[in-house]
Write a protein that binds this ligand. Structure first.
Ligand code: PGA
Length: 293
């Protein structure tokens, strides 16, 4: 698990966009998992700039979005299909027929959710999945108590998520209560995960996800189980991270690190190395390890 701390929103947005762009350059037919919400907008802006100024080519990519509100069709200005068109698709050269957002209106949600899963599988799986994090620690709309093995399905939003999202709707009572969302199990099958977190409102969720136990009460903590996951966190969202200095130290040391000669380690959780306390002690005469521990 990589923890990348940026000075501000702009820095994490650009760093995450660079990671996404690398996936697309390395594999022009990449399958991208995309997210909505206010957090990924800066990353999408940078991807649009990379497309416009540096020729980043999306013509062969396929996309799958995480979730959609139930009851909103794609022309509704608060639907996630509409969001994606406005914030990314209309400004890059992705083929609209290669973009997928779960259906918010269906006669048979069980069948449409299963079909979504099958479509992801038929596309070869998701190469990189972008994620935001809810203030309650959710990824996609996998609210607390969502099974870590869950698949695409209907969910009921928590009051907290409804309140968080009310800012996008004219009246609080317009916020949908139900959604369709990829499951945590679906998300964990993506080959690479990039989670973005910004702002003081995310400090608890970020700390629970990175340093808390793996738990369905904070579904973002499931990233600890993934062999290639990265948190891009701005300083404002780091307030409760106990090992912040260590993550910054790791980042600072990265450029001098030896190149991988074998595949990266895959064990969870965080890539923490505990240092022998004796090795770091000041050399005061008479001081022993036992006297200071
Ligand atoms: P936000 O939402 O980016 O608007 O904060 C994140 C989420 O709920 O996943």
């Amino acid at each position: 698990m990589e923890i990348i701390i940026g000075a501000d929103y702009d820095e994490i947005s650009k760093a995450a966009a660079a990671a996404m762009a690398k996936v697309v350059r390395d594999k022009p037919t990449a399958v991208l998992g995309l997210a909505t919400g206010s957090t990924p907008i800066g990353m999408y802006k940078e991807l649009i700039r990379l497309h416009r100024d540096e020729g980043l080519d999306f013509s062969q990519v396929t996309t799958f979005n995480l979730d959609e509100y139930v009851g909103l069709d794609g022309s509704h200005d608060q639907s996630y299909r509409y969001f994606m068109t406005e914030n990314l698709f209309k400004d890059i050269n992705v083929k609209i027929e290669n973009t997928n957002v779960p259906a918010g209106i269906s006669d048979d949600f069980k069948a449409s959710c299963q079909a979504y899963e099958e479509k992801i599988r038929a596309a070869g799986g998701i190469d990189v999945q972008v994620l935001g994090i809810g203030s309650d620690g959710h990824i996609a709309f996998n609210e607390p108590s969502s099974s870590l093995a869950s698949r695409t399905r209907l969910k009921t939003l928590t009051q907290q998520t409804i309140d968080d999202n009310a800012r996008f709707f004219e009246r609080p009572e317009d916020v949908p209560v139900y959604c369709v969302t990829m499951g945590v199990g679906t998300i964990l099958e993506a080959k690479k995960l990039i989670l973005l977190a910004s702002g003081a409102g995310k400090t608890d969720a970020v700390a629970d996800a990175i340093e808390g136990p793996v738990s369905s009460m904070c579904t973002a903590s499931a990233l600890q189980l993934h062999p290639d996951s990265a948190f891009y966190v701005d300083l404002a969202a780091t307030g409760k991270l106990k090992m912040l200095e260590y993550y910054q130290w790791v980042q600072a040391k990265k450029s001098g690190a030896p190149a991988w000669t074998e595949p990266p380690r895959t064990e969870a959780p965080t890539d923490v190395r505990f240092i022998d306390p004796a090795a770091d002690l000041p050399s005061s005469p008479g001081m022993t390890v036992s006297s200071v521990i």
